[in-house]
Design a binder for this molecule. Structure first.
Ligand SMILES: Nc1ncnc2c1ncn2[C@@H]1O[C@H](COP(=O)(O)OP(=O)(O)OP(=O)(O)O)[C@@H](O)[C@H]1O
Ligand SMILES: [Mg+2]
Length: 343
């Protein structure tokens, strides 16, 4: 019979990755029971680590499958419940030096535009770059990056991301059909993102940029816990900068102990045909808020028709018009982040 003792005994053969101790004596087995031939196991991790979660799930399933009388196995790996636990260095994704999230309090501020152009700018500066599009409500990044291909599965059963403009790209957009309504529940999003990180063959990367869904609610917070982040960048526009939206973004990163790299202000100004600077939404909002919140101000991106056109064409302005004023701002942004992060 599949008693709890029998199940636990089998689980004792599974070691916690990187340790000589088994997961039972480690105390992470939260539930172990069987209903007839169906075993249900729950593991509770104390630090967010997608590859460890995937590995544990696979090894537990293998260990339990050898028990006599087993008909079904469900192994659930729960993410940490308490925010604030920093990701230890040993939990890093192998091969990826720095993971940076791009967040915004509100939608439509140009977060994806900043993500793709920053990715391309870092690549132009000679870094190896990946971009992970977590925005499941409107995955626009493949279009902005001009990526029409899909990832394929290699012999190691890992997803190989398509590459364009020297940036490797994974997007929720690859996994959902164009005409399918996107109704993802929170846990499902988190699980999918874990797979994005752990099951993608990123190879060696200096930077993995993560475009979070707009907002600073629970969904975004749990993503910040799922992905081992080294820093967060907040994108804002001048008119929303002082409305507490930036502060919410800062609070979100602080809650999960992710260092804030700084604020980027988008749609800061417009250059009129006569060359004069028109500040449609006022001046200095982002910078002033950065000073108030004691975080770095990383730059002002102008409102520029070819920024939108570049996005629509799938050639970000940093690549398509590398000598333009906005491209210079994105390159400077890349340089500043490199300085802060190293790698
Ligand atoms: N600096 C800019 N100059 C001109 N157009 C811009 C600029 N920044 C963004 N846009 C345009 O504004 C629109 C919204 O930008 P984007 O999709 O990057 O915003 P987002 O914050 O990612 O939005 P969402 O919340 O929907 O994900 C796009 O059409 C984009 O091309
Ligand atoms: Mg977006």
């Amino acid at each position: 019979m599949l008693t709890q003792d029998v199940i636990l005994n089998a689980l004792k053969s599974v070691k916690y990755p990187g340790f000589s101790r088994d997961i039972v004596s480690f105390g992470i087995v939260k539930q172990a029971e069987a209903d007839g031939g169906n075993i249900k196991v729950q593991l509770q991790l104390t630090t967010a680590n997608a590859p460890v979660a995937l590995q544990l799930k696979a090894e537990c399933t293998k260990a339990l499958a050898s028990l006599p009388g087993v008909e079904g196995i469900s192994v659930e790996v729960l993410a940490p419940q308490t925010p604030g636990a920093p990701t230890p260095a040993s939990n890093r994704v192998v091969g990826i030096k720095k993971v940076v999230a791009i967040a915004s309090g509100k939608g439509g501020v140009g977060k994806s535009t900043v993500s793709v152009n920053l990715a391309c700018a870092l690549a132009r500066l000679g870094a190896k770059v990946g971009l992970l599009d977590c925005d499941i409500y409107g995955p626009s990044i493949p279009l902005m990056m001009g990526v029409h291909g899909r990832p394929y599965v290699n012999e190691d059963e890992k997803l190989v991301p398509p590459v364009n403009h020297d940036v490797k790209l994974m997007s929720m957009g690859f996994l959902i059909e164009d005409d399918q309504p996107v109704i993802w529940r929170g846990p499902m999003i988190q699980k999918t993102i874990q797979q994005f990180i752990g099951q993608v063959d990123w190879g060696e990367l200096d930077y993995l940029l993560v475009d979070l869904p707009p907002g600073t609610g629970d969904a975004q917070l749990s993503l910040c816990q799922t992905v081992p982040l080294d820093g967060g960048v907040i994108v804002t526009t001048p008119q929303e900068a002082s409305l507490g939206v930036v502060r919410k973004g800062i609070n979100m990163f602080t809650k999960v102990s992710v260092p804030i790299l700084g604020i980027v202000e988008n749609m800061s100004y417009f250059t009129a045909p006569d060359g004069s600077r028109v500040e449609i939404f006022g001046h200095g909002g982002g910078k002033a808020e950065a000073e108030r919140q004691k975080v770095a101000f990383l730059g002002e991106i102008p409102l520029f028709t070819s920024i939108r056109e570049g996005g629509d064409k799938g050639v970000p302005i940093t690549v398509g018009e590398p000598d333009s004023a906005p491209a210079a701002v994105f390159l400077e942004l890349g340089r500043l982040l490199r300085k802060q992060l190293g790698a």
